[in-house]
Design a protein around this ligand. Structure first.
Ligand code: ZN
Length: 332
C-alpha cells in the first residue's frame, strides 16, 4: 500500500518532457497544451481527480497514442474508485507496463474486497480497508458519513465533484476514546482515515466523523492552502463538540502559530489553546454575515487561491486575519 502511494506520487506528474514534442504543435496550441498540463498537475497534486481527468482528456485528444498519458488515465480511473473501467481500459491497451500491471492487480483486489464486504452502495464515498474491518463497522461508518455528507453539503450548498476517499484501518494503539476523545484518532490528509474500532464508541464517533468530513469538503472547495485556524475552526463549529469550552489559560497564540499546522503540536495545552482560538476566530468571521454565511465562506475558500487569504476574506466578510484575532477575539 505505502509503496504504491509513492508510485502514484511519481506517476501523477507530467513534466516538460512534452517540450520535445512541441515542435509539431503551433504556438497557440502549445499554450493551450501547456495550460492543460499545468492544470492537470495542479489538480492531481490536490487530489481533485475529476478536474485532473478533464484536463487529461484534452491532452489525450491531442496525443492519443502517448503511452505516458494513457498510463495516467488508468491511474485517474483508479483514483476515482472506477475499478471496472480501469481494468477494461488497461486490457484495451496495446502495450504492457509495470504501473499498468500494478493498477490492474490492485483494482481486481479492491473489487474482491468490496464484494467480500457485501456492501452494495458506497454512496458518496470510495472505501479502502487496511487490515480487517467488520462489515457492520464499515456499514455503520458509511451510514454516519452519508448523513454528515448531506448536512454539510446542504449547509455550504456545495456538492464535491469527487467521491470522498475513506480508509478504514486497524490499530491496536487506539486509546483514550472513552471519556477523553482523542482528536488525532481519525485524520484527513486527502483521505479520511478512520480506525475501524472507533465505531465501537457510539458516543464519540459522530462528532469525529463530522469533523473530518468537514475537512474533506474544505479540501474539495479550493486548491489554496487554507489557514489552519479557519480549517479547524469550521470543522469544530460543524462537529459541535466544543461548544461552551472556557477560554484556556496562557498567552494568546500568534497569527503565525494559528496559520501553520498545529496537529503536530507536542504541547497539549498549547494545542488546545490553538483549537480554542481557531473556533473563536471562525465564529467571529461568520458573526453578522447573515443567514447565508456558510455559502459566503464557501466562496471565500474558492477565491483564496486567486486572491490570497486576506484579500478573499476581506472581499466576502470585510475582515482580515489580524483584525479577526486582535479586534474581534482578543479585545472582545
Ligand atoms: Zn481537524
Amino acid at each position: 500500500m505505502k509503496k504504491f502511494l509513492g508510485a502514484v506520487a511519481i506517476l501523477f506528474f507530467l513534466f516538460a518532457a512534452f517540450a520535445a514534442r512541441e515542435f509539431v504543435l503551433k504556438k497557440k496550441e502549445v499554450d493551450a497544451f501547456n495550460f492543460h498540463v499545468d492544470e492537470f498537475n495542479a489538480c492531481s497534486d490536490s487530489k481533485h481527480w475529476t478536474c485532473a481527468e478533464t484536463h487529461l482528456k484534452f491532452l489525450l485528444k491531442e496525443l492519443p497514442k502517448d503511452t505516458n498519458l494513457r498510463i495516467h488515465y488508468a491511474g485517474i480511473l483508479f483514483e476515482q474508485g472506477r475499478y471496472e473501467e480501469c481494468i477494461s481500459y488497461i486490457q484495451d491497451q496495446n502495450f504492457q507496463n509495470s504501473d499498468l500491471n500494478f493498477l490492474l492487480q490492485k483494482s481486481k483486489l479492491l473489487i474482491r474486497e468490496r464484494d467480500e464486504l457485501g456492501i452494495r452502495d458506497y454512496g458518496h464515498f470510495r472505501l479502502e480497508l487496511e487490515g480487517y474491518a467488520s462489515p457492520i463497522e464499515v456499514q455503520e461508518a458509511l451510514s454516519v458519513l452519508e448523513v454528515a455528507y448531506d448536512s454539510i453539503a446542504n449547509l455550504f450548498q456545495f456538492y464535491p465533484e469527487d467521491r470522498i476517499h475513506v480508509v478504514m484501518y486497524q490499530t491496536e494503539n487506539f486509546q483514550g476514546v472513552g471519556e477523553h476523545p482523542d482528536w488525532v484518532a481519525a485524520t484527513y490528509d486527502g483521505k479520511l482515515r478512520i480506525p475501524a474500532n472507533l465505531m465501537q464508541y457510539r458516543n464519540v464517533y459522530r462528532p469525529i466523523l463530522f469533523h473530518e468530513l468537514t475537512h474533506a469538503f474544505v479540501h474539495q472547495m479550493t486548491r489554496a492552502k487554507v489557514p489552519l485556524w479557519l480549517n479547524e475552526g469550521i470543522a469544530q463549529i460543524i462537529d459541535g463538540s466544543h461548544q461552551g469550552v472556557p477560554q484556556p489559560n496562557g498567552p494568546v497564540p500568534s497569527l503565525e502559530d494559528l496559520t501553520e499546522s498545529f496537529t503536530k503540536q507536542k504541547d497539549r495545552a498549547k494545542a488546545e489553546r490553538l483549537y480554542w482560538y481557531s473556533q473563536k476566530m471562525t465564529e467571529a468571521l461568520l458573526e453578522d454575515a447573515g443567514e447565508h454565511r456558510f455559502e459566503k465562506l464557501r466562496d471565500a475558500l474558492k477565491d483564496m487561491k486567486k486572491l490570497g487569504i486576506d484579500e478573499s476574506l476581506n472581499r466576502h466578510f470585510c475582515k482580515k486575519q489580524g483584525d479577526i484575532l486582535y479586534n474581534f477575539v482578543v479585545r472582545k
